[in-house]
Design a binder for this molecule. Structure first.
Ligand code: CMC
Length: 429
């Protein structure tokens, strides 16, 4: 990283500040000395202009619609790679050789089972619990089961925790699903690849053979690749912030899952499907477009817009293609796809959406695909969590291994009461 100097003048004081140049993307002003030299903080709720860390993992150019994992374009990885190769790349920084990949697959596969006592832990939930609620609790509970991988100062234990998280998250996700529909848990099967194994754990029953459909498995694997990391989004920042205190890694991932659940983040694909169902037919689209544009109506077009992408989300294009592949394979004619395509067409030509640079994001199409695969809407965000776990773990590991990292502790602009005297209850009016 190269550095130059710039200066800013605030309150009549001029302060020299280093300007850091990343590998690509905008330069950043290093304001760490600002408070000591001016007595002022910066104010940036939502971090729209603030880099919270240095990272080598993922790069997004939101204006150009580019997403790179460790420098490789998402389109190339989605076309040629598989999800575990993507996990290796995100964790280790390079694409694996044949031997490295075989060893990694073996290590992940050998960690897919979970402690048998955890199965009983599931019985404590109501059957109608949202599977994301179950996931937050179950992943947090891993910290109570795997004490031998929680010393974050030990690189071997960090690696074991990372392997365990990537390996066990599909098993937990499938269990959350099976529990919600009252079916027995299906144990992992180690001769299947990661995604086929997940599909089997979700859809097999003990009384019948289950054959994984390779087209669906490849499609879901690609969906996992597309969701694997997305630099410093809300859930990843949550994982980093929780981890910055030295907290247990499994608990940090549980915090990330909690953040992902929100409809402005990972919950959007569930919200898109609900919205498409509410719209119902292409003729009703103009009414919803008008609502989305109305300042007094809180309604937003779900699956549109992104904090970083001000161009077509590159993942959305691949997702749209995957949706068609899945619907063709299953022979499904989904009226919601017709609504989605027409909605996209209208919005892309509407002045409001053009001016605000609101394009379809990845969640716009993923819900239709997952629905066709037979996943209920409540599982959509869970699948996102399965895929994003590697991103969270890679970012957590990078933070722990960064000698310059500090506990995250934002400042605030206090607008409450200044100091005042306590009033005894008898004197309060
Ligand atoms: N429909 C209608 N108007 C919108 C939309 C939308 N989906 N998104 C943003 N706008 C408008 C918004 O009202 C605002 O208008 P104005 O400047 O007149 O006040 C302007 O566009 C900027 O919006 P913002 O809320 O300031 O932008 P943000 O960067 O804070 O929000 C977002 C980004 C993704 C939360 C938002 O676009 C949104 O709520 N989209 C719908 C939810 C969604 O699809 N989320 C999935 C994100 S992708 C998955 C992931 O990476 O987690």
């Amino acid at each position: 990283m190269t550095e130059s100097k710039g200066s800013i003048t605030v309150g009549g004081k001029t302060v020299d500040l280093p300007i850091k140049k990343g590998a690509v993307g905008p330069d950043v002003i290093d304001i760490r000395s600002l408070y000591s030299s001016t007595g002022m903080f910066t104010y940036d709720p939502g971090f729209t202009s603030t880099a919270s860390c240095e990272s080598k993992i993922t790069y997004i150019d939101g204006d150009a619609g580019i997403l790179l994992y460790r420098g490789y374009p998402i389109q190339q990885i989605a076309e040629h790679g598989d999800f575990l190769e993507t996990c290796y790349l995100l964790l280790y920084g390079e694409l694996p050789t044949g031997n490295q990949k075989a060893d990694f697959d073996y290590r992940i596969t050998r960690h897919t089972m979970i402690h048998e006592q955890m199965a009983r832990f599931f019985q404590a939930f109501r059957r109608d619990a949202h599977p994301m609620a179950v996931m937050v609790a179950a992943v947090g509970a891993l910290s109570a089961f795997y004490h031998d991988s929680t010393n974050i100062a030990d690189p071997t234990q960090r690696l074991v925790a990372s392997t365990r998280m990537i390996a066990k998250i599909p098993t937990l996700a499938a269990m959350a699903y099976k529990y919600s529909i009252g079916q027995p848990f299906i144990y992992p099967k180690n001769d299947l690849d990661y995604t086929s194994n997940f599909l089997r754990m979700c859809f097999a029953v003990p009384c019948e053979d289950y054959k994984v459909n390779p087209v669906l498995s490849r499609a879901l694997d690609r969906i996992f690749i597309l969701h694997a990391d997305h630099e410093q989004n809300a859930s990843t920042s949550t994982v980093r912030l929780s981890g910055s205190s030295g907290a247990n890694p499994f608990a940090c991932i549980a915090a990330g899952i909690a953040s992902l659940w929100g409809p402005a983040h990972g919950g959007a694909n569930e919200a898109v499907l609900k919205m498409l169902e509410e719209i119902g037919t292409p003729e009703r689209i103009p009414h919803f477009i008008a609502r989305a544009k109305d300042k007094d109506d809180p309604f937003r077009l779900m699956g549109f817009g992104h904090r970083v992408y001000k161009n077509y989300d590159p993942r959305a294009k691949i997702m749209q293609m995957t949706t068609r592949e899945v619907l063709n394979e299953l022979g499904v004619k989904d009226r919601l796809l017709d609504v989605a395509l027409e909605l996209e067409r209208i919005a892309l030509h509407d002045e409001y959406f053009i001016e605000k640079k609101l394009y379809p994001n990845i969640d716009f199409y993923s819900g239709i695909t997952l629905k066709a695969m037979n996943f209920p809407t409540t599982m959509f965000t869970v699948l996102f969590a399965v895929a994003r776990t590697v991103g969270w773990i890679a970012q957590w590991k990078e933070m722990i291994e960064d000698p310059g990292s500090k506990i995250g502790r934002p400042r605030q602009l206090y607008t409450g009461e200044p100091q005042r005297e306590y009033v005894p209850m008898s004197k309060r009016v």
